[in-house]
Each structure stands twice: as C-alpha cells, then as structure tokens.
Design a protein around this ligand. Structure first.
Ligand SMILES: [Ca+2]
Length: 487
C-alpha cells in the first residue's frame, strides 16, 4: 500500500506533479493583468519540412462582441471559437483603419495605408481627383506579390475593394487565382450579367463561375476547392467573406434558428454570422482533410468594427463603431491558429496589428523583410511563442479623415476637430467612457505631439471620399452604444 508522507508538499516529486496539475487546469483565464502573455500548454513543436500555407479569413463589418468566444449570448459561433481555443486569441488586436478599403490596403501590404495615401474608402471620389489613382497604389507590394517570389500560389476568393480599374485588379496585384468581385460588397443571393453595384457578375480567371447560391456558402465552397486543388504546393488563400456586411440577407433556414430575436435586423445579422461560422468550419475541415493542418497558419479577423446601425452588430464591451477610432471601430476579433506550432489556449495581451500579417507570412515562408520594405508590421511568431518578450509595437497610430488616434502602452488618445483631445486609460476603462486628458496633461501633450509629428510627415491622400462622411463620422462619436451583451 502506498504511504504518503504527512508533510507531502515538501516532496519535490509531488510538488512537480501539483504544479503540472495546476497548469493543466489553467483554462483561458480572463482576469489577468494587461500585457501578460499566456502561452497554452506546451506542445512539441515539430520541425517544419516545407513552407507553410497561409489562410487569411476576413469577416466584413463583424461586431467585436458577436462571437461566442468574445461574449455573445445570442450568436453561437463554435467553429470560430474553436480556432481561437486551439490557437492564440489576441485580445488586443487592431486593424489599421475603421473602414473596409484602407483596412485591406493596410493588411495586404503590411504598411499603414495612410503612409502611401490610401486613407479613404473607395466609393465615389471627390471632383478634381484623378480616378486613375482610385485604388491600392501600384507602387505598393502586396502579400501575394512577396509570396509569389517565394514560389507560392496565391488565391483571392470573395471581396476585393482595392480598385476597379485594370491596374488595380487582384490578378495584377500578385494573385494567381481570383473568384469574386472587385467592389465593396455583394448581394447574397443575386448576381446578374451586366449587373451593377452589388449585383455585378462574379469574375473568375480559372473557371466559369456557377450562379451564386448564398454568397457566404459560395465563398466557403470556392475556398475549399482552392485548398483541395493546391494541397501539394505552398499557397496563400485570402478568403474574403462579405458577411455580415449589408445588404441584410439570410437564408430562411438560418433565420429560423434565431426567431427568438425580436428585432428583424438583429435576427438577420445573427443568421448571417451563423452562416459565416459554418463556412469558417468548412475551410478548417478542408485543410485538415487535405493533410495540411500542421502546415497551415490560419488567421481570422474582421476588417473593421461593426457598423451598429446598418447591420445591427454589437461591439461590446467597446464603445464606437465602424468609421471611428474609438475601440469599437478598430479593435477586432484577431486569431492565429497553427496546430503543433502555436500552442492551444494561448492568449496574447500586448497590442498587435493586422499590419503584422505581411511580415509574419513572408518571414515564415523563408523571405526577408528589410528596412527598405518600410513595413510597419513585424513577424508575430516569436512573440506568440514567448521567445520575444518586448512590446511588438511601442505605439500604434491611426488617421481617418477628421480623426486621428495613437495607442502607447495602456494609453490611447483620440483627436477630433471640434473638441479637446480624448485620453483613455484602457486597462481601467475598456469602454473609453472617462476622458482623463485634463488629469494627465503631460501624457496628453506627449501623445498629441507624437501624433502631430506623424501626421505632418504623411503625404496627402491620393483620393477622397465625399465630404459628407466627415459629418457622419463626427456624429458617430457622440452616439450611445450598447456596451453589454443582450441575453
Ligand atoms: Ca468592412
């Protein structure tokens, strides 16, 4: 019979066992101090024999709080949750713009887009500007441009929104395969020959596109097809969903699942996010079925915060929405997943940016990023694996028409044209409800100075949106936002 020493905690063996037990019970803690890095349980990091694949899954206008792993009680997103749980959840993940096109210009190049004049959304441009510049400046290299040089096949499925003219077409910007549309959105059910706006025909350079069924399913299916066809070569897939961007359209089948939600727009939105989640699951399953799980880095983000009025999204606990620089506009769900390389249940709490994708992918693919590339992003893998322990970004900055913002450590300053600057201490005021600019004048002055110096170093935008958007944005700073999850 086993005899246990009464003073058992003095036994080194038992102490180690106890320590391992504590570690193994460590489930996704949410109460840790900001900046702490939680690396999931140790797994063996297998040596990589070949260049990894990259799958970048982007949701469009998804509210931060509308995924169950981010606290949604109304919308169940098991597949996206699983990506976060079996990888790393970046709790301080940002995009570089609060609207679609500049956000995409940023993460596809790895440069803050205002540094090359892509400040604005692509829509109608202002009179006096040359439409030949209405797109991602051709001077800028994209992720697929860089990966192509390293032997990758690059595919874009879905939304582009970086220019309609031939010089901006995805096939001119590094992609080998394209199935989708070049505008900022699409009808979910209808695509017609010679159709305009959201009903444009689907383009593809490698197949005759079938009529769309429900476009979220179609983007999922075409992504699966890409993953299957290229399973034996290194690839980059940009799965660019337009869900849950407007128009608000869902299938009857999915609407039935959310019939308990009274508000019709919110019910439709929930059904749209539900269908997005199912298609993220299809993509992950296809990678697994092709035998490439351990050789594929999957990234999931939303391109900007939820536009609460137009699609009934909720950015709780963050205040603000698409189009503005409060957290609700730029702080997004941000996940990386790479089985047996990124440990499960990792949580990374230092601020990171979608600008980091380019350097991360290129360096993991065996390429080099030098100062000449002028990237703002960095390779995140050494940070995720806790090999580098400093802040990935001493500061992050944003500029969007009338507004600008800077985050440095725990502090964030937002500058608007018609009021005193707003300073928030994010760890103690996650919803940015208490402007403490006057209580911390030195910090306010210092951050304003840094923001101003950056601002005057930047070139002018190469295209403008209509001036009406300035008013719309300013008003959005004064609105009331839903900071709690509805039941
Ligand atoms: Ca968007």
């Amino acid at each position: 019979m086993l005899k246990i020493n009464h003073n058992k905690w003095s036994d080194p063996f038992l102490t180690v066992v106890l320590f391992i037990l504590i570690l193994s019970c460590h489930q996704r803690p949410h109460t840790l101090a900001y900046n702490e890095v939680i690396i999931g349980e140790a797994t063996t990091i297998a040596p990589k024999s070949k260049a990894p694949n990259f799958v970048l899954i982007v949701a469009d206008d998804l509210g931060f709080g509308d995924l169950s792993f981010n606290g949604s009680k109304q919308i169940n997103t098991p597949h996206i949750d699983a990506l976060a749980n079996t990888g790393v959840n970046f709790t301080e993940g940002y995009v570089s713009s609060a609207v679609c096109s500049p956000s995409r210009a940023g993460f596809l190049t790895g440069r803050n887009q205002v540094e090359f004049g892509h400040d604005n959304n692509i829509g109608g441009t202002q009179e006096g500007f040359d439409r030949a510049f209405l797109g991602l400046p051709v001077s800028q290299k994209t992720i697929p441009d860089r990966l192509k040089a390293l032997g990758y096949i690059n595919g874009l499925i879905g939304k582009w929104h970086l220019g309609d003219l031939p010089q901006f077409h995805p096939l001119q910007r590094g992609f080998d395969e394209f199935w989708g549309y070049t505008g900022g959105g699409h009808d979910y059910f209808t695509s017609i020959p010679n159709g305009k706006g959201y009903k444009t025909p689907i383009q593809s350079n490698y197949k005759t596109p079938d009529p769309i069924t429900y476009i979220t399913d179609d983007v999922g299916d075409e992504s699966v097809d890409f993953i299957k066809r290229h399973r034996n070569e290194p690839f980059f897939l940009f799965a660019s969903f337009n869900a849950p961007h407007t128009p608000m359209q869902a299938t009857e089948e999915d609407l039935k699942l959310y019939q308990h939600i009274k508000d019709k727009k919110r019910r439709t939105y929930a059904a749209m996010v539900h269908r997005l989640d199912i298609n993220v699951g299809k993509i992950v399953a296809a990678i697994k079925d092709s035998g490439n799980s351990e050789n594929t880095l999957i990234v999931f983000i939303s391109d900007n915060g939820g536009p609460v009025n137009t699609n009934a999204s909720i950015n709780a606990p963050y205040r603000g929405q698409k189009g503005i620089l409060l957290e609700g506009g730029i702080h997004v769900p941000y996940i990386m997943n790479w089985p047996h390389t990124i440990p499960e249940y990792s949580i990374y709490k230092k601020p990171v940016s979608s600008l980091d994708f380019a350097a991360t992918f290129v360096e993991l693919a065996g390429g080099k990023i030098t100062d000449e590339d002028q990237l703002d992003g960095i390779n995140l893998l050494p940070y995720i694996l806790n090999q580098k322990k400093d802040m990935p970004h001493p500061s992050l900055k944003w500029r969007f028409t009338i507004s600008a913002a800077i985050r440095e450590g725990d502090w964030k300053l937002v500058r608007l044209p018609d009021r005193l600057p707003q300073l928030y201490h994010l760890p103690s005021d996650i919803s940015e409800e208490h402007n403490v600019a006057l209580d911390h004048l030195e910090i306010t002055k210092n951050l304003l100075k840094k923001l101003g110096e950056w601002d005057i170093s930047l070139q002018h935008p190469v295209f403008m949106e209509g001036h009406i958007w300035k008013r719309v944005q300013l008003d959005a700073y004064d609105k009331k936002y839903n900071l709690k999850q509805p039941d």
